[in-house]
Design a protein around this ligand. Structure first.
Ligand SMILES: [Zn+2]
Length: 187
């Protein structure tokens, strides 16, 4: 008898969770087919720390390691091969600036650049984005990196306040870089 009750309660819980997930997917604007996080003004306002006519740099709300940033084209472009030569050049320049600022803020030594094109390789946001993931000197464990990557996906994301706080620190660091390094098109 008790077993039956427990099973019924479990079934009910599963049903409620299933309905909740279905309703969330059906009605959340973030899961709409044409939604792009990197074109969403709310996301950009919360996470951007650099912007020029062609490129934007923002901190991620799911950092693998401290200093994990994203560099994206301003224009909504899904894949790398759709970028113009000017955008590729500008994104490259911004990555170099982000690297300088990150070293100054987080005291990092090395960095990984990662960019995915297509769902088969795990592209989650349909807008070109380069992940910049730095590591501190001596922090070279692959296992630790893989665990950090897993945890970044399962832990709750940074709150808007936490994201903005990091973005403000990075913004200040970007603005403190030598002016000769700054692109003329910077906004
Ligand atoms: Zn977009």
């Amino acid at each position: 008898m008790i077993k039956k009750i427990v099973l019924s309660v479990l079934l009910l819980i599963c049903l409620v969770i299933g309905l909740y997930v279905f309703a969330f997917k059906a009605f959340s604007p973030k899961l709409a087919l044409n939604y792009c996080a990197f074109c969403d003004p709310n996301v950009l306002n919360m996470q951007t720390f650099y912007e020029d006519e062609l490129a934007i740099a923002l901190c991620t709300h799911r950092p693998i390691l401290p200093g994990h940033s994203l560099v994206i084209p301003k224009r909504h472009v899904e894949r790398f091969e759709e970028l113009s030569d000017k955008e590729i050049l500008q994104i490259g320049k911004v990555i170099k600036l982000v690297n300088e600022a990150t070293i100054n803020v987080f005291g990092t030594a090395s960095y990984l650049l990662l960019q995915k094109n297509g769902k088969e390789v795990g592209q989650s946001v349909p807008h070109v984005h380069f992940h910049y993931v730095p590591r501190k000197m001596g922090d070279d464990s692959t296992a630790k990196f893989l665990i950090s990557m897993f945890l970044a996906n399962v832990k709750p994301p940074l709150s808007p306040t936490e994201s903005r706080k990091i973005a403000d620190i990075m913004k200040e660091a970007m603005e403190s870089l030598p002016p000769q390094n700054m692109p003329e098109s910077r906004l």
